[in-house]
Design a protein around this ligand. Sequence first.
Ligand SMILES: Cc1cc2nc3c(=O)[nH]c(=O)nc-3n(C[C@H](O)[C@H](O)[C@H](O)COP(=O)(O)OP(=O)(O)OC[C@H]3O[C@@H](n4cnc5c(N)ncnc54)[C@H](O)[C@@H]3O)c2cc1C
Length: 300
Amino acid sequence: MPSVFNKLIVAAIPAIPKFIVRKFASPYIAGEKLEDALTTIKKLNSKGAMATCDLLGEFIHHKEQATRDKEELKNLLFAINKEKLNSNVSLKPTQMGLLLDEEFAYQNIRELVALAKEQGNFIRIDMEDSPCTQKEIDLYLRLRKEFDNVGLVIQAYMKRTDADVDLLIANRANLRLCKGIYVEPESVAIKDKQAIRDNFLKQVEKMFVNKCYVGVATHDEFLVDETLKLIEKHKVSKEDFEFQMLLGVLPKLRDSLLAKGFRLRVYVPYGEQWYGYSTRRFKENPEIAGYVVKALFGLN
Ligand SMILES: Cc1cc2nc3c(=O)[nH]c(=O)nc-3n(C[C@H](O)[C@H](O)[C@H](O)COP(=O)(O)OP(=O)(O)OC[C@H]3O[C@@H](n4cnc5c(N)ncnc54)[C@H](O)[C@@H]3O)c2cc1C
């Protein structure tokens, strides 16, 4: 599809009625309720995949929303524990109030990490857009002093990532590495696709060499293949890393890695706040946004 058309489609997303967006979002989200998430996790576990479950929500405006979501996340942790599911939890610090009151957000996340610790579970802190990067690294390092069951996400498109990964490795971090999904200015983010891939692989190799547990989060077959070569080169054992993919994206690639015996975790988002998450996915893949527009005009 020509890129001008793609850009037009992406620009049109806010004007598309929510019920149409919802229809096309459905492969990417487990559903709106906790039970929907549990059902999806069970299915994934039965196929040999692990999960990381995310309650949708971000950039909240009122502390009450953070408190409500924290309580829901506690229920999620209790349910995972009760049903003995192979799933940890991912959360976004802005959902816990990071942009309203940093100490409030820290205490919310600390409470969840402490509960996860009691249950032998793990919390992954997602990385959000660049105004949050330093705050989220600081928050993580503070938690890491007290807990070993907490990890952070690092984005290969950020120019600062090389230095951040050095600092995080020195602090024995557990990391998920992804390309990065937010639209960032050129002043902070690498824009060239191959340069982002090169940085991704540079960071994966550093993590392998330094025995830093990494979740290699990508659907890019080039990156998967190159990661497999690095695994060979550095004789990395299957217990020291995992692949991670998003629910609904390239399940065939996911199945092929599972068939080779690799640890693979699927990111399972659920909840009522599905709009922001879904439209970011459409912006990443304008072909799907194109289907949405066609549906809107009755062209499907
Ligand atoms: C487990 C996990 C957690 C993540 N957590 C974060 C985070 O905390 N912060 C953050 O900024 N980003 C996060 N991301 C998103 C990530 O940064 C990328 O935006 C996203 O994974 C796409 O990059 P890619 O490496 O898959 O490569 P791409 O080149 O974007 O995609 C490779 C191929 O995957 C397929 N594909 C990709 N996206 C879609 C889609 N939406 N629908 C259908 N097919 C698609 C296409 O075939 C595409 O050619 C996460 C990704 C994963 C897998």
